[in-house]
Design a binder for this molecule. Structure first.
Ligand code: NAD
Ligand code: ZN
Length: 351
């Protein structure tokens, strides 16, 4: 913010920033980040941490808070900056929300999943007692700075991981987004979501995909920021996956577990007669094209039943099961019988 920089240079107090950066991101981009702060004469503390699903815990939150206290930030004018994937953003968001009851923070997502999902809403959190995101809160960041060039250095599998959450929005809300993924999925994987000028058959598929994914996500999240309404289309892929992801850790990434859940639910929708066999096939083919797993050995029938029981506890006694009713349209259902689920499960395993 040039205006803020000017104010800072003219004021006696030096601009200060406390930054938490994922260790891997620090190795790749840390020198540029430091250079930026130095050039702009910003006093800074950069805390590099291993932020992974396994370390996503209260211990790391407390580590950060200790360092924040040592750096002694001004709670009103010195937002904490988080640079990393969804795990880093979630941990730092929780730390910021606790420090002096609420300290502003800024998200700088560096993975595809965190660009299109973890940096969009207000939620933050950490895992607790083997349970995914069991401790957390709703504290929106003051800003999210999106720079897709970070995505260049993530492995291909991580692009697929982010594509899982994008496909979720496509299946629930946006046929055009589904078509984009079908036509340009491989190109997006090959080019790591970067924009290239010059004429290709793909236009600026990366920009279009990212924009629609974020807009559709915002449409769902913004009117229901505190999740008072439990009927949420964005929960598609998130009924069974929390149980699955934690059970098989670290074999499935978040977006992959979400996709396994969505693949099963696609079969449920088909068995219920909500989508045709051809639509089901298109969805599964699109998932394969995005190099996402459409099945996982750990996703047993008992696990599905347990996950759905857990779901009931947290969704006011109703399953509130989002299911596609076509391509890019969906509804929430509370009346899927166990028999339907079992039939869908058998078909899914057979295929
Ligand atoms: N708060 C929310 O609303 C929300 C939404 C969706 C997901 N999430 C959370 O996000 C987490 C998943 O996020 P993720 O998929 O970004 O995983 P992640 O944060 O674990 O990052 C994956 C790996 O990529 C590395 N990495 C990050 N950026 C990189 C880069 N630019 N180049 C090379 N390597 C890089 C990291 O070191 C890490 O090992 C989950 O814990 C999930 O619960 C939160
Ligand atoms: Zn998710």
């Amino acid at each position: 913010d040039p205006l803020q920089l000017e104010l800072a240079t003219s004021s006696k107090r030096k601009l200060r920033r406390f930054v938490v950066i994922d260790e891997v991101v620090d190795e790749l981009y840390g020198s540029k980040v430091r250079e930026y702060f130095e050039e702009n004469n910003v006093q800074h503390k950069i805390l590099a941490l291993p932020t992974t699903e396994e370390t996503k815990s209260m211990d790391l939150v407390l580590n950060i808070l200790q360092e924040v206290q040592n750096f002694s930030i001004d709670r009103r004018t010195e937002p904490i900056i988080a640079i990393g994937g969804g795990v880093c953003l979630d941990i730092v968001g929780l730390a910021a929300s606790l420090y002096r009851r609420r300290t502003p923070y800024i998200r700088v997502p560096t993975t595809l999943l965190s660009v299109v999902d973890a940096s969009v809403g207000a939620k933050n959190g950490v895992n607790f007692l083997q349970c995914k995101n069991k401790l957390g809160g709703y504290t929106p960041p003051v800003a999210s700075f999106l720079d897709r060039s970070f995505i260049q250095s993530i492995p291909r599998r991580h692009i697929s991981n982010g594509l899982g959450e994008i496909l979720k929005m496509a299946l629930m809300k946006h046929k055009g987004l589904f078509d984009l993924l079908k036509s340009h999925g491989k190109y997006l994987l090959d080019t790591k979501f970067q924009s290239y000028s010059g004429s290709t058959d793909h236009g600026d598929a990366a920009l279009q995909t990212t924009r629609i994914a974020i807009e559709t996500m915002l449409e769902e999240l913004a009117p229901n920021l505190w999740e008072d309404d439990l009927d949420r289309l964005v929960d598609f892929g998130h009924l069974i996956s929390p149980e699955l992801e934690m059970r098989v850790l670290p074999s499935l990434m978040h977006g992959e577990a979400v996709n396994v859940d969505m693949a099963f639910m696609t079969y449920v929708a088909h068995v219920r007669g909500l989508i045709t066999a051809e639509e089901k096939e298109q969805i599964i083919q699109c998932m394969r094209g995005l190099e996402l797993p459409v099945w996982h050995g750990g996703c047993s029938w008992p696990l599905i039943k347990k996950a759905l029981m857990e779901r009931l506890k947290h969704s006011g006694g109703q399953p509130r099961m989002p299911l596609p009713t076509g391509l890019g349209v969906a509804e929430i259902f509370n009346d899927t019988s166990e028999e339907t689920l079992e039939r869908a499960y058998k078909l899914w395993v057979r295929d």
